[in-house]
Design a protein around this ligand. Structure first.
Ligand code: SD4
Length: 306
């Protein structure tokens, strides 16, 4: 495989996450281990307020995390609405490996995590609590992801109007196998109990080892509605390049909700079996990180419709 190993991930913080994944890949390690190790970096980063510990809480003040993982055999694991556990990606992996199920949610997912040695932690940092209290003052519940994140995210890129910061990561290892991971604290100040696309297999993430993988970021509702990541992989199966597949998936969102699409952000990122990659987003400001033998810290500005 000339373009393997390679790892790509969403947003500017994908650079640091890729480096951790690269430690696994460069030694001939498995893509599944690489993506888990990779996304654990933003999960543990307290300054990152959209993934893992330090994430923004829901509108009632609870930090709830969503994550999923998928391997080269089509195995997958997922957790949603988990509180007090930092590395939900690892919990998702254990759901995949130790249970006959794909998805565990809420208190049951946390109980499973605790039984498997994960430690309970307070995930709400003073900074995120402060941002939530500021948000509460306005009292108006607007379930539009970009409005909140735009105002509070420290990860804002220059000129980035719409900042959505789920990490989705896709890797192709030296053996030519693909895996993917996706983890998030979800929409900032979301309704209690709200789950987005990120832990939904086929929506926030999909991997088919014959074809490629895809992951999504942005307003999860629109991604779920269009089964976005599965769509991107199926389009690649029909011969679309990763970029063209992502573009078509974004256009599907516009076709379904033309007015809404102008106001929200959704971005897709894809990697195929040959190690070719691409992305497309509704709005400007999407970025993704690429890491391979040649260069480990590439950050690419994503193309967009608007
Ligand atoms: C969600 N797609 O929960 C995720 C959110 C995201 O900033 O990308 N977040 O809908």
């Amino acid at each position: 495989k000339k373009n393997a190993p390679i790892v790509i991930s969403t947003w500017d913080f994908g650079v640091a996450a890729n480096l951790a994944a690269w430690e696994v890949l460069k030694n001939g390690g498995r893509a599944l281990d690489a993506v888990e190790q990779g996304v654990m970096v933003p999960e543990a980063d307290l300054k990152n307020q959209t993934v893992g510990k330090g994430g923004f809480p829901d509108r009632d003040g609870y930090v709830t995390l969503d994550a999923c993982i998928m391997d080269e055999f089509g195995n997958c694991g997922s957790v949603a609405a988990v509180e007090n556990i930092t590395h939900v990606i690892s919990v998702a992996r254990q759901v995949m490996e130790k249970t006959p199920h794909v998805m565990l949610v809420g208190v049951g997912a946390r109980q499973f995590a605790l039984e498997n040695g994960f430690k309970e932690e307070n995930l709400l940092t003073p900074e995120s609590e402060k941002a939530w209290k500021e948000w509460l003052k306005e009292g108006e519940y607007k379930p539009i992801i970009n409005i909140e994140n735009q105002r509070f995210s420290p990860n804002k890129l220059p000129g980035n109007q719409y900042n959505h910061d789920t990490i989705g990561m896709l890797a192709l290892d030296a053996n030519g196998n693909l895996s993917g991971a996706c983890t998030t604290s979800g929409m900032a100040f979301k309704m209690r109990g709200r789950v987005g696309d990120s832990p939904i297999i086929g929506a926030g993430l999909y991997v088919d080892n014959e074809i490629g993988g895809a992951t999504a970021t942005g307003v999860g509702e629109e991604v779920i509605r269009t089964v976005g990541s599965f769509l991107v992989v199926e389009l690649m199966r029909q011969g679309y390049s990763p970029e063209d597949a992502c573009k078509e998936a974004v256009e599907r969102i516009i076709k379904k909700k033309p007015e809404k699409a102008k106001e929200i952000q959704v971005g897709f990122l894809a990697l195929n079996k040959n190690g070719e990659y691409g992305s497309y987003a509704l709005q400007q400001g999407f970025s993704y990180a690429v890491c391979n033998q040649e260069k480990q810290d590439t950050l690419i500005k994503g193309k967009s419709i608007y």
